[in-house]
Design a protein around this ligand. Sequence first.
Ligand code: HEM
Length: 134
Amino acid sequence: MEQATQNRPLTAYDRLGGQPVVRRIVDRFYDLMEADPAYAELRAMHAPDLTPMRASLTGFLTAWLGGPRDWFEERPGLCMMSAHRGVTMTEPTARQWADAMTRAVQDAEADPELAAKMAEALAGMALNMGGVGR
Ligand code: HEM
């Protein structure tokens, strides 16, 4: 996954390790959410079966990192805010999301600099969505 094609610069998705690494991060994120009581409130907001979420978040992060954009093409006009219409984000649940994602990214054993940037950006997104720091 380290190779750029002739016409395309290396994306964060490539540098991270592509699909297997994104999937590993997402699986770890939902495994943590299911197993760690610290995330019980966040877990309770989600449907009992997390299989569709594992696929959707993998697709979103793939596009967000500069990889294939299927997630957006399959959901014309959807954005992160509209994907959460009807979801009441609170400061505690935003913090739980940010914390579980930070751990999941750290556990992926990807390039440490890239992993740190990714965890920071995603945690920041979640905290913003939860109104933390406003
Ligand atoms: C602020 C904290 C957050 C909370 C409490 C939260 C909660 C939720 C909930 C309850 C759902 C619906 C789940 C279901 O139907 O089972 C959802 C969907 C989703 N969330 Fe979040 N979320 C948060 C932040 C984020 C962030 C930061 C991202 C991306 C970086 C994200 C990506 C997604 C995606 C891709 C979906 C599925 C959309 C779809 O396929 O329709 N979420 N979220």
